[in-house]
Each structure stands twice: as structure tokens, then as C-alpha cells.
Design a protein around this ligand. Structure first.
Ligand code: FES
Ligand SMILES: [Fe+2]
Length: 357
């Protein structure tokens, strides 16, 4: 699975990557357990002293975790597994005075520290550090929560290029919008969905409506250590950002900033706000793509929902057909377009790098 650093000399990921359950097993730990994953946004914790239990990547990582907010408003991510005999501590989201295991009553502070346990007189060296709930690295950005079980890179390093580039947008006004929120099941390996997202090469062939809005000749790719950017330039008369003087892209008619963060997060910024796509693997050949919409408060919400949905359906159809293709006896791997597939190559380089760790 060695991807040559020079795109012009390189072959794409082998077909086995997309179809072998054994390779997917390695991807679980080496890619998903060691990256930063979107889990929820601020709306999940409604007020102080709230707990929000969840499973990190159900069916894949299967890690029971908990977002826990204390009475000062600090939010932490904790292991949701009781340090006594392994019961899940919190089973329902809600407001709690402290975290109390329903099995034998062990109690934890909202920050995960052991608080109290009945019937434990005579137990030596108790409580110890091991009796606290493990704290898991958590970051909040744009009102969204990201966690990592065992981070191989820093979240701040990963997002810095985005912050530097689009810091002029009213990012602190993003609010969740129910409309347009949808989960799309896709019968394909998660990385095929990402591969497809990472090139605009297919736009003229696959997306007739989007192709009318974008000036394909000016479509651009930029790479950064843990992600990439595709710049969509608007055709004459199509909606575009009003970019202030002094901002890096001042003077350009930008239709959308399509950001991708390794391994599975897409942040699509439009003049009306953000369309977030979380590419959640369910197995080696099943994926759930979660769309979440955040609008800029007080800005016109003139989203072309039909173009977004149409584009998604067109992408799904292609990606599912490619899954059939990579299962063929005849397809082994391909080559990259140097001009159009730099971001796909970059993704494959990161995957092969993480898998060789
Ligand atoms: S497992 Fe939680 S108190 Fe026993
Ligand atoms: Fe597409």
C-alpha cells in the first residue's frame, strides 16, 4: 500500500483497500482511533450539568463515551464505562447532579473524578486514579465537538490552514439548521466516498446542475498537512462570497470553499453558511454520510437545496458503482491525473502513512 510521493509516478490505492475486511480492521485503529472525529455540536448539551452519552463509530470503534458539562460550563469527553465492573454509567442524555452508575451506585463528579461508592469499606488503596473515568481528548470548534481516542496529530495543526484562510467569515455566528439535515446510507467503502469528494474532475461528467454554477476551468486544489481545499469559482451571475479587502481571496468570485479534513470530514462553506458532511464507516463496504447544516445568523439563507441534494444523489450513484468495480477480478489500481487528482493522491498518502505506523 505504498503511494509514491510524486503523483505522476504513483498508482492509486489498490482495490483490496476498498474490499478487504482485514484491511478495514487495520483502518479502524490506525486511522479512525487515531484521528479527530466529529461527534456532535453544542445543541447536544442543553445547559449546565448535562450529560450526553454516545457510541463513537457504532459497529466500528464501538467506544462508549460521554460528553459531560459541569456547573461552570466546561465540557469534557469521558469514558462512559464504570470503573467498578464495566456498566455503562449514563444511558440517557439529560441533566444530572453527578454521574451515578445504576448498577451498584458508584458516583463520579461531572469531570469524571471518583466521588463515592457504597459498601466499599476495607478495600485497600481505594479510591485510586484508576477509579476515575478516563478523560478523552476533546476539542470544540465552530460550536462542534471533536474527539480522538489516541490522536496521531494535533487538532489545532489540522484546522489552522482553514482558520487562516477564512477567518474573515462570521464563523462564530454559525447556528444549526434542522432543514437539510439528513443521513444517507451508501453501499460503498467510506474512502471511495472521500476519493470522489476530493476531485472536481468528475463535475462536468456527473453533475450537470453544479457544472452550470461553477467555472470548471478555474477550479483549484490546495493541500495542507492534514487536509485539502478545493476552490469553486462561480460562473457569471451565480451566488458568490463577498470577500473583504485584506482577506486572502479578495477579488475572487468564490462559489464555495470545499474543505476536507483527514480522514472523513467535509466542511463546505457557502455564502449562507456551512454544509458539514461526516463520512461515517459502518463496515468495509457500508457507509453513512451525515449531512448537517449551519447557517450564518442574520445572513440570507438562500441555499440551493435542490442542487445540493441532486449532487449528493449523483455522487452516491457513482460511488456505489465504483464499489462494484473495485470488487472485480480485473481491476487492481489506477493512475492519477496530475492536474485534477492531487487531493485524492494526498488522501491516499495520508492513509498509507497511517497504516504503516
Ligand atoms: S458497575 Fe458501576 S457500580 Fe458496579
Ligand atoms: Fe461529486
Amino acid at each position: 500500500m505504498n503511494i509514491h510521493p510524486e503523483i505522476g509516478k504513483s498508482s492509486t490505492l489498490p482495490a483490496s483497500f476498498y474490499r478487504e475486511p482485514a484491511i478495514f480492521e487495520q483502518v479502524k485503529e490506525k486511522v479512525f482511533a487515531s484521528s479527530w472525529l466529529y461527534v456532535a455540536d453544542r445543541t447536544a448539551l442543553d445547559g449546565l450539568n448535562n450529560a450526553h452519552p454516545f457510541t463513537l463509530l457504532p459497529g466500528v470503534l464501538n467506544e462508549p463515551l460521554l460528553l459531560s458539562g459541569d456547573d461552570a460550563g466546561t465540557v469534557r469527553c469521558l469514558s462512559n464505562v464504570c470503573t467498578h465492573r464495566g456498566m455503562l454509567v449514563v444511558e440517557k442524555p439529560g441533566k444530572y447532579p453527578s454521574l451515578r452508575c445504576t448498577y451498584h451506585g458508584r458516583c463520579f463528579h461531572m469531570d469524571g473524578r471518583f466521588k463515592q461508592m457504597p459498601e466499599f469499606e476495607g478495600v485497600e488503596d481505594f479510591p485510586s486514579e484508576n477509579d476515575n473515568l478516563t478523560q478523552v481528548p476533546l476539542r470544540e470548534w465552530l460550536g462542534m465537538y471533536f474527539v480522538s481516542l489516541n490522536p496521531a496529530f494535533s487538532f489545532e495543526d489540522a484546522i489552522q490552514p482553514i482558520v487562516d484562510r477564512i477567518g474573515w467569515m462570521p464563523l462564530d455566528t454559525l447556528v444549526f439548521e434542522e432543514e437539510g439535515t439528513a443521513d444517507y446510507p451508501v453501499a460503498a467503502n467510506w474512502a471511495l466516498y472521500c476519493d470522489n469528494y476530493l476531485e472536481g474532475f468528475h463535475i462536468p461528467f456527473v453533475h450537470p446542475a453544479l457544472n452550470k454554477a461553477l467555472d470548471f476551468k478555474q477550479y483549484k486544489y490546495e493541500l495542507f498537512p492534514w487536509g485539502s481545499l478545493q476552490l469553486g469559482i462561480a460562473e457569471e451571475g451565480e451566488p458568490c462570497f463577498d470577500i473583504p479587502e485584506g482577506a486572502p481571496d479578495h477579488g475572487k468570485a468564490i462559489y464555495a470553499y470545499y474543505y476536507w479534513l483527514f480522514p472523513n470530514l467535509m466542511l463546505n462553506f457557502y455564502p449562507w453558511g456551512l454544509s458539514l458532511n461526516v463520512v461515517q464507516p459502518l463496515s468495509h463496504d457500508k457507509t453513512l454520510v451525515r449531512f448537517r447544516t449551519y447557517r450564518f445568523r442574520g445572513r440570507p439563507f438562500d441555499r440551493e437545496l435542490n442542487v445540493l441534494e441532486k449532487t449528493e444523489m449523483e455522487d452516491e450513484a457513482v460511488v456505489e458503482a465504483v464499489q462494484m468495480g473495485v470488487q472485480s477480478r480485473f481491476y487492481k489500481a489506477g493512475r492519477y491525473s496530475v492536474k485534477q487528482e492531487q487531493a485524492v493522491h494526498h488522501f491516499h498518502r495520508l492513509l498509507s502513512q497511517q497504516l504503516s505506523m
